[in-house]
Design a protein around this ligand. Structure first.
Ligand SMILES: [Zn+2]
Ligand SMILES: [Zn+2]
Length: 151
C-alpha cells in the first residue's frame, strides 16, 4: 500500500460479517441490552413509538440482519419513531430520508465517529453504515481482517 495514497479502495463487507458491540444515542448512552439477546448477542435496544403505543424494540446487532423483537405491533409499511430508552432523545434524523421509500431514517452512533442509519418504515430494509475515519477503519481491517473489533 505504499505510494498509493490516493488509491480508492472498495471494501466488500461480507454479509452479516459485522456485529455492533457498542452503539449509543447522540448523548452517549449505551443502547446495548445484554438482557435481550438476539442470536446470542446483546441487542441494540431503542424505545419505539407508533401512534399512541410505546414499547421497546430490540434490534439484531448483526449488521444487515433484520431479526427484531418488538413489544409493540406495528403494521407493515407504517413508520415508527425511535428514542433513546435512557435519556429519551429522538434517534430520528430530520435531514436524512430513506433512498428507497422516502421515510425518515434513524441512527445509532458507533465508537470513533461512525454511525448506522436505517429506515423507520416497518418492512423497508434500507440501511447504511457510515464511517467517518476511513483510514482508521482500513488500518483495523488490516490488523484484524474483520470489522468486528472496530465496532
Ligand atoms: Zn440517551
Ligand atoms: Zn425506507
Amino acid at each position: 500500500m505504499k505510494n498509493k495514497e490516493k488509491e480508492i479502495l472498495e471494501i466488500e463487507i461480507p454479509s452479516k460479517g459485522i456485529r455492533v458491540k457498542h452503539a449509543t444515542c447522540p448523548n452517549g448512552d449505551s443502547l446495548m441490552d445484554p438482557e435481550h439477546k438476539i442470536n446470542g448477542y446483546p441487542s441494540v435496544t431503542v424505545k419505539a413509538r407508533y401512534k399512541d403505543m410505546e414499547g421497546m424494540i430490540h434490534l439484531d446487532p448483526v449488521y444487515g440482519s433484520f431479526k427484531t423483537v418488538s413489544e409493540i405491533d406495528v403494521p407493515d409499511g407504517e413508520e415508527v419513531e425511535f428514542f433513546c430508552p435512557v435519556c429519551g432523545v429522538s434517534l430520528t434524523f430530520d435531514d436524512v430520508k430513506c433512498e428507497e421509500c422516502g421515510s425518515h431514517m434513524f441512527g445509532v452512533y458507533l465508537p470513533r465517529g461512525g454511525r448506522i442509519e436505517a429506515c423507520l418504515r416497518n418492512g423497508c430494509q434500507f440501511h447504511n453504515l457510515k464511517m467517518v475515519d476511513g483510514k482508521e477503519l482500513l488500518a483495523k481491517l488490516e490488523e484484524y481482517h474483520t470489522l468486528d473489533s472496530f465496532l
